[in-house]
Each structure stands twice: as C-alpha cells, then as structure tokens.
Unconditional design. Sequence first.
Length: 225
Amino acid sequence: MRVKHLSLLGWAAVLTLAFALMLAVGCGLPSTQPPILVKKWALEYPPPQPGGASLPAELKLKRFQAAQAYQGSDMIFSSAPNERESYHYNRWLASPSDLVGDMLLRDLRAQGGLAGVLSSRQFQRPRFVLEGGLEEFLEKDADGAWQASLKVTLTLFDTKQDNAVSRLLWQRAYSQSAPMASKDPSGLAKAMSQAVAKFSARARADILAAIEEALKKPLPQGSGG
C-alpha cells in the first residue's frame, strides 16, 4: 500500500511540473494581438511676441498645485452633472498643473517684460514669487456642444515686504473655456490649448501690472532691496 501511495504522489508531481512547463512555453510565444498604444497629448500654441520695456525685477514661478481630481494625467470629460469619465488609451503628456505652469513660464519669458523669470527648479530667491493652483481642467459636454474648461488660481507675493499682509500682492481666480471642434482627445487638446493661451494672456497682464505698481513703492528699511 505504501508503494501505491508514493506512486500517486509521484504522478501528481509529474502532472504539476508538466502543467507549469506548458504555461511557461505559452507565455513565451509571440502574441497575435498588437500591443495597446497609449497616445500622449500636449498643449501647443505660439508664444507671445516680445514687446515693451523690461521691468527691473525677477519673478519665480513655483510648481503649480492641483485639485485631487487633476493630479494624474487622465483626459477627463463630463457628460452630466457629477459624472466624470476619461478617454481610454489617451493621456496628457504630464500632469495638467505642470502643463499649465510650464506654458505660463514659457510665455512670461518670451514676452520679455521682466529682467528674469525663474522656474521652481532654479535655486535663486527673487523678490517676486508666483504660486498657482489648478482647480479645473476637463471637457464639458452639454446640449450637443463640447468645450474645454480651465480654472486656475494665482497668488503673487512680494517677499521684500515686512509682514504677511503686505507680502500678498493679490490672489485671483481665472476661468477660461474654448469650444471643441470634435469630441475626441485631439479636439480636447486643441481647445484646451486655446483656453490656456487666453488664460496666459490675462495672467501675464495682471502679473506685470502688479509688479510695476509694487516697484513704485518704497521698501521697508532693512529689507535689503
């Protein structure tokens, strides 16, 4: 009886090994299905033309933050209130907050209205600092129409002032939208680019006006201005 029992265990081991080998060989075979490609989309629009005198000041843009819903790279759309979906196999090239912040940084540099515009990756600590927060970045569908919707909050600081109240130059919310020519990732990317371009133009005008006004005021004693 003991010999028979060992024989059954042996057969079980052989069958298990054979099954494992079949799985290994099967996994090594080339797949007949083509790999799934994920398309990545960026924001694109022409930078502004240089113009006007340059203010004697530098500005640093901190890395933009984002609401929890927009911290990934999903291309989100809303077809009904409280409903959110995303396009399959399509992603933004980076997080939306980084895309918007990088475009504003590029535009400020291209415009040339300041002595210098620094990114969060640079170690310098200039007088003026800009913080940004992305509140909305999605496609909205309603009544057979589609549009890219963008909401950004900006906060501008003058670090040479001597108290928290006077350091805060302003905080403003920007809401911008643009119609989509087609309901697909391409249509969303193009429309969102237009919305960001309009936001950038408004934000740059506000930033330069605020810095110009701040430069006219005397600095507190001991600020090292």
